[in-house]
Structures are given as C-alpha cells and as structure tokens.
Design a binder for this molecule. Structure first.
Ligand code: FES
Length: 104
C-alpha cells in the first residue's frame, strides 16, 4: 500500500503532510496528541516515536537529535517527532499515553 501521508499507530490514522516541517506538526495539526513538553525544541524527548517503516528511507538525524539519541541510547528506529522531517509513507508508533478517543 502506498500513501502520500504519515501513518500513526496504534491509531491507524493516515495524515497528509501539507506544510508541516516535522512529524510532530503533522500529528498536532490532525489532533493526534504526542507529548511535547519542550514545545518541539528537541530537549525533552517526550515526543519520542518508534518508526515502523523501513529505516533506510529515514532522513538522518540532525545534530540536535543525534546528541539526544547518543545520550539516551536510542535505537535507530527511535526518533524525536519534533526533529523528524515528514516523509510520505512514513509509519510511526506513538509508544504510550495516547487517547484512543482522538482516533475517531
Ligand atoms: S517536543 Fe521535546 S524533544 Fe520533541
């Protein structure tokens, strides 16, 4: 299946990217709640998502995200939604504390 949007699991929602600059922006503009305590500044890690689409297609981490990933020992598939550029076909899993009522 090919999609031009981003799929958010476990909500099973596909959202168009439009003018968003990050996966977090795509989520929030579609009323999908991803924690973002630092407001998307790349310092809190509460926006961590797990990428489920092929890792080789991912944009590389920027310097800010790489520093956090190194400090926290992130696996390759663990990314900060606020620093991850949106890409068509990307599938991400919100690891915890999501509101199933927002998926309707
Ligand atoms: S919102 Fe804080 S690191 Fe992404």
């Amino acid at each position: 299946m090919t999609t031009t949007g981003i799929v958010f699991q476990p909500l099973d929602r596909t959202c168009e990217i439009q003018n968003a600059e990050s996966v977090l922006e795509v989520a929030l503009s579609n009323e999908i709640e991803i924690s973002h305590s630092c407001g998307g500044m790349g310092s809190c890690t509460t926006c961590r998502v797990i990428v489920e689409s092929p890792i080789k297609d991912l944009p590389p981490r920027n310097e800010l995200e790489q520093d956090i990933a190194d400090m926290r020992g992130f696996a390759a598939e663990e990314r900060l939604a606020c620093q991850l550029p949106p890409a068509p076909g990307l599938v991400v899993r919100i690891p915890d504390s999501f509101d199933p009522d927002s998926s309707t």
